[in-house]
Ligand binder design. Structure first.
Ligand SMILES: C[S@@+](CC[C@H](N)C(=O)[O-])C[C@H]1O[C@@H](n2cnc3c(N)ncnc32)[C@H](O)[C@@H]1O
Length: 376
């Protein structure tokens, strides 16, 4: 008997092609936390992608158990807080969560308007009466108002507002979800890691590093990868990398990172480890800019030029895709930096090029520069 193959039914469906720089790749069961997002969580203006928001909402709704706090650091207009707040409000364990935590979500934001933010407010038709230097706290309040009772909103510099109070008898307040989009300077990263990592609950706590799949902030890679043996890599969504804590991190272990300056070669190998995390060659190319900067600072201009030659050959296919502006900007920035050499001003200019001259967007550069002075 001859069986006629019906092309419509017997062929598997076409594979969904991963979208460079935007794909979400999460290890099971975390891939199931990319479900739908309610309007209240999805409508707040944000720099996050839809999928990043879906993840935050769905882990707050279905993964979070209330074993620890949710820390949302660098919420800007409150989009991440709205995702967490709406997620927790739909969590089946809401009653237990509320019994344990008066306000389970600690939301941290400087809340001071800068010029770049004003442009973004204008685009979204909000904050018409604000000028640079004003507080945009009222906009956050408005965006999270329906879930406000779940949120401990702290406006101000995280170095002053970000401490977590502990119960008596030497116990530490635990953290179950840590969302970081505020690590714009090494001193902020040092503060956040020292304050929050020792509180993470082993085998449960998630750390979402929103700036990870970029090349602009190499110290984030260095600090996170220093603790690589403590975490497992859950995966990536847009610019975010997600890690789950496996082994407890002690205060002494974090202190050791910041007390003993790492040697340059160790820094290079830690950034390399970060670059290799991603399954997406476009993301690896963008993160290679962080490695190039580290090589330039540690080994000097000749080694940086050699690494640039490697990038240009290894990622020739990706660089040839002119439509990816971010990729083109990063390559231009890398070439620029190899030409002008090391130095804080050159790096700042290169980062501006890499971000399409949005280099200081939403970063309080005055604070960033001030804290850089005290960074290791
Ligand atoms: C990249 S934005 C966050 C974007 C946000 N997650 C979103 O998706 O819309 C970084 C935020 O960190 C805040 N920030 C920068 N330095 C800070 C500091 N020292 N303390 C608290 N917040 C800070 C900025 O005001 C800014 O809103």
């Amino acid at each position: 008997m001859v069986v006629e193959l019906d092309a419509q039914h017997d062929l598997p469906p076409p594979l969904q092609r991963a979208k460079p720089l935007h794909q979400a790749r999460l290890a099971p069961p975390f891939d199931s936390y990319l479900g739908p997002l309610p309007e209240a969580a999805g409508s707040v203006p944000s720099m996050m992608s839809e999928k990043e928001r879906q993840f935050l909402f769905n882990i707050a709704k279905n993964y979070y158990r209330g074993a620890g706090l949710i820390i949302d650091a660098g919420t800007f207009l409150g989009a991440s807080t709205a995702c967490f707040g709406n997620g927790v409000s739909e969590n089946p364990h809401l009653e237990e969560i509320r019994a344990r935590w008066q306000r389970p979500i600690v939301s941290l934001e400087l809340g001071i308007t800068n010029q770049q933010m004003l442009l973004s407010f204008k685009r979204h038709g909000i904050g018409h009466d604000l000028v640079a230097g004003d507080s945009f706290g009222p906009l956050i309040e408005n965006h999270v108002r329906t879930v406000r009772d779940l949120i401990d909103l702290r406006l101000g510099d995280i170095l002053e507002t970000g401490r977590i109070e502990d119960p008596p008898k030497g116990r530490k307040t635990p953290i179950e979800i840590l969302f970081l989009d505020v690590l714009k300077a090494p001193a902020i990263s040092k503060f956040a890691l020292s304050e929050y990592l020792p509180r993470l609950i082993p085998r449960r706590a998630l750390v979402i590093q929103q700036d990870y799949l970029s090349g602009d902030l190499p110290f984030i890679h260095i600090h996170q990868e220093y603790f690589a043996s403590k975490f497992e890599y859950v995966g990536e969504i847009s610019s975010s990398a997600v890690f789950r804590l496996v082994h407890r991190i002690t205060r002494d272990e974090v202190a050791a990172l910041f007390e003993n300056t790492l040697d340059g070669e160790t820094e290079i190998s830690l950034v390399s480890r970060a670059v290799q995390r991603s399954v997406d060659p476009y993301r690896r190319l963008i993160m290679a800019f962080a490695k190039l900067r580290t090589i330039l600072n540690v080994r000097g201009p000749d080694a940086a030029k050699q690494y640039l030659a490697f990038i240009e050959s290894e990622y020739a296919d990706q660089i040839a895709q002119q439509q990816f502006r971010r990729v083109q900007n990063v390559v231009r920035a890398a070439r620029y930096l190899c030409e002008v050499g090391a130095g804080a001003d050159n790096e700042r200019e290169a980062v501006k090029i890499s971000t399409g001259h949005r280099g200081t967007d939403h970063r309080r550069t005055d604070i960033v520069r001030a804290v850089e002075k005290v960074s290791p």
